[in-house]
Design a protein around this ligand. Structure first.
Ligand code: ARG
Length: 456
């Protein structure tokens, strides 16, 4: 029998029952639903809405149900529609009619909002921990590979020389912002909606502050209609998640390019690659490819919830049941992607020779020649033109800038002296860029130390 059958004369159509049910996915909320119910039952007794004895019976029953869930013994039923009614029905089966007192001063509308917040709160903490671990791996790699020089790119064309560590820290900084975004999102997740009832609160003298304290919420929602109709916190989380996946995806794209024979900058360990069923020579970077691919579904989950919510009148509408699958999917995708990416990075080695070699072609020190001229009081625009001509000459003669003779330099400008060779040596170029956030060794060392300190 349905928990709401009183008003009904006919049985629910079988197809409707299946279509309407959320138990196929919201079973994941079981533990949070029970956690919330226990706090609610405790509060009902504290406020003399039910007796202490009834409250204890209910809580004991819920504890047993939690055990059943944890041991995989709980039988979820589609007939009972969702996790809330599955658990309530099991409770009355166990403890008798007194179980029916649990739903006093509560609705599934504030209950589901509570469950999602309890779930998300825990997941955010776990995801933040994984982001921290990834940051640590990147900082370690940066430290261990501080000597490696490589070209940086704009438009995927060689631009200026940097240290590999600089590139790695660029991502560490992006992940650090992802971490901060989740910390900020958590503030709005960690507000108690329970006590809002269906949408207009309740006449019972409940104590919402007590429940908030019991469950570790930082505050209590201030408008019952808002509380049951709000999924902003989930949208914010999905958005932060999409941004995080975008970062993982960009990094993945670079690893894919860098591991091609044409670049040959990195070697991703065999344990993180796969082979081809036909081409014996292949070692494919499936893991970064999959992460790049999965960013698409995470973006999709954000878009789906935004669109689901956009036309909804206040307060609860059944459309909102569609909030869960995408949310769960994003959480699961973020967790596995972060974990595997960090492990893959820890098992990736860099080809220092190839990276250095790449700084020798591509005229990555051309800007430094122009800066040299500026130091000799030549206006930057003029200097730019002179160096452009030198680069063109080099291209035509199959040389790089460091291979020009002193006579050749003098052809372009009389101010060139012997010190040009030292000035535009790759390492000199990198370490001269020692402004805050620049690629110079001492600046990178400063940032690594600072970020490591913050992480610990
Ligand atoms: N299964 C529902 C959901 O996930 C729970 C809330 C149902 N509330 C209602 N008034 N039908 O949204």
């Amino acid at each position: 029998m349905k928990l709401w059958s009183g008003r009904f004369q006919e049985d629910t159509d079988k197809l409707v029952e299946e279509f309407n049910a959320s138990i196929g996915f919201d079973y994941k909320l079981a533990k949070y639903d029970i956690q919330g119910s226990m706090a609610h039952a405790k509060m009902l007794a504290k406020c003399d809405i039910i007796s202490k004895e009834d409250s204890e019976t209910i809580i004991d029953g819920l504890k047993e149900i939690l055990k059943e869930v944890e041991e995989g013994k709980f039988e979820f039923s589609v007939e009972l529609e969702d996790i809330h009614m599955n658990i309530e029905k099991r409770l009355t089966d166990k403890v008798g009619p007194v179980g029916g007192k649990l739903h006093t001063a509560r609705s599934r509308n504030d209950q589901v909002a509570l469950d999602i917040r309890l779930y998300l709160r825990e997941q955010i903490e776990e995801i933040k921990e994984l982001i921290k671990q990834l940051q640590s791996v990147l900082l370690e790699l940066a430290e261990d590979n501080i000597d490696i020089l490589m070209p940086s790119y704009t438009h995927l064309q060689r631009a200026q020389p940097i240290r590999l560590a600089h590139h790695l820290i660029a991502y560490q900084q992006k992940f650090k912002r992802d971490y901060d975004r989740l910390t900020d999102c958590y503030k709005r997740v960690n507000i108690l909606p329970l006590g809002s009832g269906a949408l207009a609160g309740t006449k019972f003298p409940i104590d919402r502050e007590f429940v908030a304290k019991e469950l570790g919420f930082d505050g209590v929602s201030q408008n019952s209609m808002d509380a049951v109709s709000d999924r902003d916190f989930a949208i914010e989380f999905l958005s932060a998640g999409a941004t995080l996946m975008m970062h993982l995806s960009r990094f993945s794209e670079e690893l894919i390019i860098w591991s091609s024979s044409e670049f040959d900058f990195v070697n991703i360990s065999d344990a993180f690659c796969t082979g081809s069923s036909i081409m014996p020579q292949k070692k494919n970077p499936d893991i970064p490819e999959l992460i790049r691919g999965k960013s698409g579904r995470v973006y999709g989950n954000l878009m789906q919830l935004l669109v689901t919510m956009k036309g909804l009148t206040l307060a609860y509408n059944k459309d909102m049941q569609e909030d869960k699958e995408g949310l769960f999917d994003t959480v699961d995708t973020l967790k596995v992607s972060l974990e595997i990416f960090a492990r893959m990075m820890a098992n990736t080695t860099f080809n220092a020779h190839k990276m250095k070699e790449s700084t020798e072609g591509g005229f990555v020190n051309a800007t430094d020649v122009a800066d040299y001229l500026v130091d000799k009081d030549i206006p930057f625009r003029e200097a730019h033109e002179v160096v452009g001509k030198a680069v063109f000459y080099c291209i035509q003669n199959g040389k790089n800038l460091l291979e020009l003779t002193m006579e050749e330099w003098k052809e372009f400008s009389s101010v060139f002296e012997e010190d040009i060779y030292h000035t535009i040596a790759i390492e000199t170029c990198v370490d001269a860029r020692d402004t805050i956030g620049g690629p110079a060794r001492k600046e990178i060392e400063r940032v690594i130390a600072q970020e490591k300190k913050e992480l610990s």
